[in-house]
Design a protein around this ligand. Structure first.
Ligand code: FAD
Ligand code: NAD
Length: 476
């Protein structure tokens, strides 16, 4: 374990915003001895998002996929400072970040400013709602741990309320209608997990609702999982049919109220009809939108004026129009999909870049010192010149860092009833697979990607526990 954080005035202040995939993979590989490293995030833990859909039903418990940021920073060679706060404004002129302690407990100091020499923006994204009325007030998102907890509670609340004395049949039908909007991987994985929960557990515990529980997945495009291959889309859609999940494609939600979803469906003849669906639980998974702090930063940089989806970065992940701000992950536009795979490779690249920058600066200083020696001690000129040349060679080798290059390892998604789909790149080829074996592959791949051994053990125990005893249906 390292000592207490003591900022060294001879080192640069490296401020990292976020504790998600991009930030944590940077932190893991960064040599913290080279900088005064300060991490700022409203969340004092890393969240393993690929297993978040499993948390909504209790297949996996939430703490099993969280890793405290302190357990990451305390193993670093030099201490790292962590502030649990939200960055509210970045000032690229003054090189400062305004931060706000937005937690429930606030001290006398809760808003302040942090100065940086180098800044990494890794704040991820918000949930897109496209300004559709009623979405924010009435639906659950699925991005953070609290979202998963809220969904888990609401599923059981709907079930218990549906079985309340004298509930009318229409109300029972509404309460047990679980609607998922967005047929991307988040929506599909959640729908699969939810149907599993019902088939494997709820049905046994509350048999009176067994023919009334219904899951509907709504997608605006002609098919779900648009980023997967055609074969896997068909496999997913047919599996959902078997699982009795209704898929409504070419159906775009236009309005949400506290009890209904209003959607515009386009028929095969191109005719549009409005459908009103009563629901008990509504999960909104229509992708990403910009966070306010990112939007605000973009508005201050003229070179970002044409960027819509996030901070446009160059091939070294430097935010276009700036010199000392880098961005990774969902808030950066580097030409890749907003995935954990991309964010973590970008974070690791920045760690290599920063380690290299520090090393080359140290060598440049040595060369500078040697050059002054050369002038002061002409007697040793030969020996010093050799040393200068060796250092210059070293410097050239180090400075030859190639730009960021993303290696796609494939896409994986769980689709329920112990089946998964995978588009995997293998020896420069691609192959698509779906089914039970893919599910085992999905489980082992996600397990190996888990942050720590502790996380891995907890996840395996959760899987065993829910298999042996069923998922816990108590409403927290
Ligand atoms: P995040 O991981 O979201 O981290 C952002 C961090 O910034 C968080 O710590 C947050 O608290 C912090 N933050 C937010 N606002 C501020 C602020 N104002 N100031 C400071 N800090 C702030 N991708 C895959 O490749 N494979 C998968 O299987 C997969 N499954 C997913 C399942 C779900 C349910 C979801 C929602 C996403 C999934 N993804 C998956 C996508 C993946 O999670 C994201 O692409 C990834 O998290 C992006 O990393 P990031 O570091 O940019 O952002
Ligand atoms: P997404 O952007 O992939 O999908 C959102 C879907 O919602 C789109 O298909 C869109 O057409 C649909 N939609 C938008 N507005 C709608 C409306 N009004 N009515 C009906 N449908 C509407 O979003 P996501 O699934 O949250 O994924 C976000 C990112 O995270 C993606 O890059 C994804 O690859 C990644 N992710 C990956 C995994 C995985 O690999 N297993 C899991 C989850 C997320």
């Amino acid at each position: 374990p390292n000592e207490q954080f003591e900022p060294d005035p001879s080192k640069k202040n490296l401020v990292i915003l976020g504790t998600g995939w991009g930030a944590v993979s940077l932190l893991k590989k960064l040599d913290t001895e080279n900088y005064n490293v300060i991490v700022i995030s409203p969340r004092n833990y890393f969240l393993f998002t690929p297993l978040l859909p499993s948390c909504t039903t209790g297949t996996v418990e939430h703490r099993s996929i969280m890793e405290p940021i302190r357990s990451i920073t305390r193993h670093k060679r030099a201490a790292v400072k962590f502030y649990e706060a939200e960055a509210t404004k970045i000032d690229p002129e003054r090189k400062t970040v305004m931060i706000d302690d937005c937690s429930d407990v606030q001290g006398a100091s809760n808003k302040t400013e942090v100065s940086y020499d180098m800044l990494v923006v890794s704040v991820g994204a918000e949930n897109a709602t496209f300004g559709i009325s009623g979405v924010r007030e009435n639906s659950c998102f699925l991005k953070e741990i609290e979202d998963a907890q809220r969904i888990r509670k609401k599923i059981m609340d709907c079930v218990e309320t549906a079985t309340f004395k004298d509930q009318s049949p229409e109300e029972v039908e509404r309460l047990l209608h679980m609607v998922v909007v967005g047929g991307g991987p988040t929506g599909v994985e959640f729908a699969g997990e939810l149907q599993d929960f019902f088939d494997q557990d709820i049905k046994k515990w509350v048999p009176e609702i067994s023919d009334k529980f219904k899951v509907t997945l709504i997608e605006a495009l002609p098919n779900v999982l648009p980023s997967f291959s055609k074969q896997l889309i068909e496999y997913t859609e047919s599996t959902f049919k078997e699982e009795k999940i209704t898929i409504k494609t070419k159906t775009a939600v236009k309005k949400v109220t506290d009890k209904t979803v209003e959607a515009e469906a386009t028929g095969p003849d191109g005719k549009k009809t409005i459908e009103v669906m009563p629901y008990g639980l509504l999960v909104w998974a229509t992708g990403n939108a910009l966070r306010p702090v990112v939007k605000d930063l973009m508005s201050q940089i003229p070179a970002q004026k044409d960027s819509r989806r996030g901070l446009a970065v160059n091939e070294y992940l430097v935010v276009q129009g700036t010199k000392d701000i880098w961005a990774t992950g969902d808030c950066a536009v580097a030409g890749y999909a907003p995935t954990a795979q991309v964010a973590s490779q970008e974070g690791a690249f920045l760690a290599r870049l920063f380690n290299t920058m520090a090393k080359s600066e140290a060598i440049e200083n040595t060369i500078h010192d040697l050059s002054s020696k050369l002038n002061l001690q002409p007697g040793n000129a030969g020996e010093v010149a050799v040393q200068i040349e060796t250092n210059e060679k070293k410097l050239r080798r180090i400075k030859d860092l190639k730009p960021f290059h993303y290696t796609h390892q494939g896409s994986l998604a769980y689709i329920g009833s112990e089946r998964a789909v995978a588009d995997v790149s293998w020896f420069n080829g691609n192959f698509a697979t779906g089914g039970g074996l893919t599910y085992l592959f999905w489980r082992s791949a996600y397990l190996s990607m888990c942050f720590s051994t502790r996380n891995r053990v907890l996840v395996v125990l959760d899987w065993l526990k829910s298999k042996a005893f069923g998922r816990d249906v108590s409403r927290e």
